[in-house]
Design a protein around this ligand. Structure first.
Ligand SMILES: C[S@@+](CC[C@H](N)C(=O)[O-])C[C@H]1O[C@@H](n2cnc3c(N)ncnc32)[C@H](O)[C@@H]1O
Length: 306
């Protein structure tokens, strides 16, 4: 029952790819949107995270290693440390399940930015060998097919005392009417991190227990920021968490998704529908990203309210 459900959710997640790719393709296509993005991002400067002094934390770490998961092509997280006024390059990895598409976009628009590495939250410990000091997930955990699994996987991928930093807009799935990648809401209630949708509601701190501490705050701009610290390796994973890192179940699910996907794609009609979706979103994003920033924000608000 659980397996069938998670397979269906993963398939639904696959349906969100075309929109995401079209978005980044057109942000990079237009010089004004690309420049806007780069002026907002911290690429080339000191790591800076809302509500968390990442620089101070990383200076306490031996050979600090950072992974920006669900990075998109935003390069939002800075790639340097400031040690007593000296800028030191940071060992940072930009990771995303759409890495293949994103690296093609970098090449197409001739951008000399670091390549995006392949990896996804649900299976993060398979991509990060337990050596991360800091994992950041911003506006991406609520895009994944299983955010709780993503959090537990990230904790496994962290070194002892490492931090998982989350920053999200509240309740995006509700606002987006559970379309595309948005299947879960992230919110804060009385200082607790809550992940929910129409069928479940999970208080993350309660679930993680002694395995990790969770500090959650709602920033003045509404963003939900969580700092999740992995406790010592001597604290073993509580039993309710073990089902989220079940490699056998993962293999079974991934095999099934792969084969079902192939089965559906042998149909000419499905193939054509898929290509049409990519083309349609590309045209929509071509026009949307062409607009000046202020007008685009107004249109976006109107669409969200519809
Ligand atoms: C809105 S973008 C956020 C990009 C960047 N973190 C930022 O804040 O600008 C969401 C990103 O999450 C990625 N994503 C979707 N599902 C994911 C998953 N299961 N694991 C990791 N990243 C995922 C998408 O490919 C996309 O690049």
């Amino acid at each position: 029952m659980i397996k069938a459900n998670s397979t269906a959710i993963t398939e639904q997640w696959l349906g969100g790819i075309s929109y995401e790719v079209a978005f980044w393709n057109n942000v990079y296509r237009w010089p004004h949107t690309f420049q806007g993005l780069m002026s907002w991002a911290h690429y080339g400067s000191v790591i800076s995270l809302e509500g968390f002094d990442a620089n101070a934390f990383l200076l306490t770490q031996d050979h600090p290693k950072v992974y920006d998961v669900g990075a998109g092509l935003s390069y939002a997280v800075g790639d340097h440390l400031d040690k007593e006024g000296e800028l030191i390059p940071l060992d940072i990895h930009y990771m995303d399940p759409l890495a293949n598409y994103f690296n093609r976009i970098l090449k197409k628009y001739k951008k000399t930015l670091p390549a995006v590495e392949f990896g996804m939250t649900e299976y993060l410990s398979a991509f990060i060998p337990g050596d991360a000091s800091l994992i950041t997930i911003q506006n991406a955990l609520d895009h994944s097919s299983s955010p709780i699994k993503g959090i537990v996987e990230a904790l496994v991928a962290l070194r002892e005392g490492g931090v998982l930093y989350l920053n999200h807009h509240p309740n995006e799935a509700e606002i987006e009417h559970y379309k595309g990648f948005h299947q879960y809401n992230i919110d804060e209630t009385a200082g607790e991190l809550v992940i929910w949708n129409q069928s479940e509601k999970i208080y993350v701190g309660r679930l993680l227990g002694a395995f990790a501490s969770v500090e959650t705050k709602r920033m003045d701009n509404g963003h939900i920021v969580s700092i999740i610290r992995k406790q010592g390796d001597d604290v073993s994973m509580p039993a309710p968490l073990c089902k989220y890192v079940d490699h056998q179940a993962d293999k079974a699910e991934l095999c099934e998704v792969l084969l079902r996907y192939q089965f559906h794609n042998t149909s000419l009609v499905k193939n054509m529908k898929n290509s049409f979706r990519f083309g349609m979103f590309n045209v929509v994003q071509f026009l949307a990203q062409m607009l000046p920033w202020n007008l685009k924000m107004k249109v976006k608000r109107l669409i969200k309210q519809a």
